[in-house]
Write a protein that binds this ligand. Sequence first.
Ligand code: ZN
Length: 141
Amino acid sequence: MNEQELHKQIILSHYNDPQNKVDNLPEGYLIQKGVNPSCGDELELYVKLDGNTIEDVKYNGSGCSICCASASILTQEVKNKSISEVISNTYQFEQMLKGEEFTEDVFEDAIAFKGIANFPARFKCAFLPWKTLSDLLTNKE
Ligand code: ZN
């Protein structure tokens, strides 16, 4: 399997079997909504903080396979990381999606979106979950 096929498999498996997707806001979680009108993606992120650490992230929403898979992957990638680390990784993720230089080793499954750099129209789909989380983290004070 080449890298491109592997990445496609990762995205499809998260789309078909989403991680940390829930129907309602869990108790004790902060909420942030995000929309991408150009595609129709809608998302609610539920975030539980422990001081400056992201203890847990869950989500609810609907949209295209890219956006849904990105949300599922995000919930796994940011867990137990500090707010500053997640904001830094969000920047790295944005760089990757734009085809700019980025630090590969900060990502696990999120690396599957590397190919989005060749499809600029899908940038907002892949970036929506990360942007929504970063909106919450930067506005929380
Ligand atoms: Zn989309």
